[in-house]
Design a binder for this molecule. Structure first.
Ligand code: HEC
Ligand code: CU
Length: 487
């Protein structure tokens, strides 16, 4: 009632002042703003586009509020947690996290929740974007082979989690039943170049991290909050290597970041980037220039940044053992021109001698000039090599070169290492990412380039090749130097 009246009044004023106030008339009559989003009328129907991670549906832009039909199918299906480890996921739409739902304020969502006849259990959905008891849970409870329908009006803009709320709730969530629903404000969010969907979750398996085979859910570990896997988008490696998300230098990137839990909160961070903007907790409040943002279990955040330099930027939960040992690691690969002002790369290295002599020049780039350093005996190389190993390599590859299953490949009796000396030198000089197979186990992770001079590389590799059952090769500084120069 109130709205119709004020619309007419506006039209009247507009006609009187049509020459002076033309532009404001157009905006006021065409796009009336409503104090109460519940009053926004809907025109026509539309089937919602749903996307699996890391993709998001088309932005709402300037579209009017609509009746939006969401067809969501629940599927219980076996998937891969990491190489050789299988898990039965319960999913909204066949992915973990579930399909991304994109709406705008004022939309009336007609939700069809379908429980596939092959499923074993009843499920439902609680959407945090719903104003109503249980967020829709009580109205959406549905047995296998059935479909439940309910509808709701989205009245608060923001990024919201949805999840299953069927008992035992924790178990349904732990098996992957969560996702994100975005409610854009009238007129849509500002345009950006790239948008992606990332959601963290913690998983609890009967076996330990890396134990092979089909792993059942472990209720006691879940209660104890003792996670075996903490991952982005449902599995280890969902966003690394060929699955990395991408952007070009100069582009703006928006990440819709959720956390399904069930237990752990996420300290979301992108190594080598600063978030220009964070929609804190997915709401209206925007913080700027943020390094790490906290994403609570059952919560979300929208982060935005411009990528200025090329390279691989690593996405992590900065509770850092989760990233390097439990899977919470992803990659954003940025291509384009270098910008040496923003980031130079290593410019020079000198020898620092506190007892005098100041900083000496080191024949840096190409390593140490051999003639200046007398050649070392094999015993000396082993000794220096061990020292370098214990300083730089040990943290990941472990004291006896045994590595850590699923995270860091072994150097002890490594068929990969022994097969090719030049390749091993290159890995230390340039770093390594992408899938490799070491002694029959697949690894798909990142080793950053190690800042060692030719002598140090030669020593450490000689030490490794002559320890732990390896092939007893000797690596000389000259060999390292020629690999360095070949790039
Ligand atoms: C921060 C952790 C980390 C550190 C430190 C590190 N590595 Fe690695 N390394 C890795 C990872 C991860 C891989 C596998 C990369 C992949 O999946 O592509 C790897 C792979 C390798 C490989 C090839 C695979 C194999 O097992 O034979 C060699 C050789 C190697 N590293 C040697 C070294 C040496 C020597 C050092 C020390 C100078 C070192 N690494 C330091 C993490 C690390
Ligand atoms: Cu469920």
């Amino acid at each position: 009632m109130k709205t119709t009246f004020s619309k007419k009044m506006y039209a009247g004023i507009c006609i009187l002042g049509i020459f002076i106030m033309f532009s404001s008339c157009v905006s006021n009559t065409e796009d009336k703003t409503y104090d109460d989003a519940a009053d926004i009328p809907v025109s026509r129907e539309m089937i919602a586009e749903l996307t699996p991670p890391p993709y998001v549906p088309t932005p709402v832009g300037k579209r009017k509020a609509k009746k939006l039909i969401v067809n969501m199918e629940i599927l219980e299906q076996e998937g891969e947690m990491t190489d050789g480890v299988k898990y039965v996921y319960w999913t909204f739409g066949g992915s973990v996290p579930g399909s991304f739902i994109r709406t705008r304020v004022g939309d009336e969502v007609e939700f069809h929740l379908k429980n596939h006849p092959d499923n074993k259990l009843p499920h439902n959905i609680d959407l945090h974007a719903v104003t109503g008891p249980g967020g829709g849970a009580t109205s959406s409870f549905v047995a296998p082979g059935h479909e439940a329908k309910f509808s709701f009006k989205v009245i608060n803009p923001g990024l919201y989690v949805y999840h299953c709320a069927t008992a035992p709730v924790g178990m349904h969530v732990a098996n992957g039943m969560y996702g994100l629903i975005l409610v854009e404000p009238e007129g849509g969010l500002p345009e950006v170049d790239k948008e992606y969907y990332i959601m963290q979750g913690d998983f609890y398996t009967k076996g330990e991290n890396g134990d092979r085979g089909l792993q059942p859910f472990d209720m006691q570990k879940a209660v104890d909050e003792d996670a075996d896997y903490v991952v982005f988008n449902g599995k280890v490696g969902s966003l690394t290597g060929d699955n990395a998300i991408t952007a070009n230098v100069g582009e703006t990137v928006r990440l819709y970041v959720g956390n399904g839990g069930p237990n752990l909160v996420s300290s979301f961070h992108v190594i080598g980037e600063i978030f220009d903007k964070v929609h804190v907790e997915g709401g209206d409040f925007i913080n700027e220039n943020v390094q790490t943002t906290l994403v609570p279990a059952g919560g979300a955040a929208i982060v935005e940044f411009r990528v200025d330099v090329p390279g691989t930027f690593i996405l992590v939960d900065h509770s850092i053992f989760r990233a390097f040992n439990k899977g919470a690691l992803g990659m954003l690969k940025v291509q384009g021109e270098e910008n040496k002002t923003i980031y130079s790369g290593k410019q020079e290295e000198g020898i620092y001698q506190p007892e005098g002599g100041g900083i000496q020049e080191m024949p840096s780039e190409n390593g140490v000039v051999e003639s200046e350093i007398p050649a070392k005996s094999f015993e000396e190389m082993m000794e220096f090599g061990k020292a370098t190993y214990m300083q730089t390599c040990f943290a990941c590859h472990q004291a006896e070169g045994q590595g850590i299953p699923n995270a860091f490949p072994p150097l002890a009796e490594s068929d990969y290492l022994n097969a090719d000396v030049n390749r091993a030198i290159d890995i230390i000089l340039n770093g390594k990412s992408g899938e490799i197979t070491v002694n029959g186990q697949k690894y798909n992770s990142v080793m950053t380039r190690q800042d060692l001079n030719d002598d140090e590389v030669a020593n450490v590799l000689t030490y490794i090749y002559n320890s732990w059952g390896n092939s007893k090769k000797q690596v000389t500084p000259a060999m390292v130097k020629s690999r360095r120069n070949s790039h």
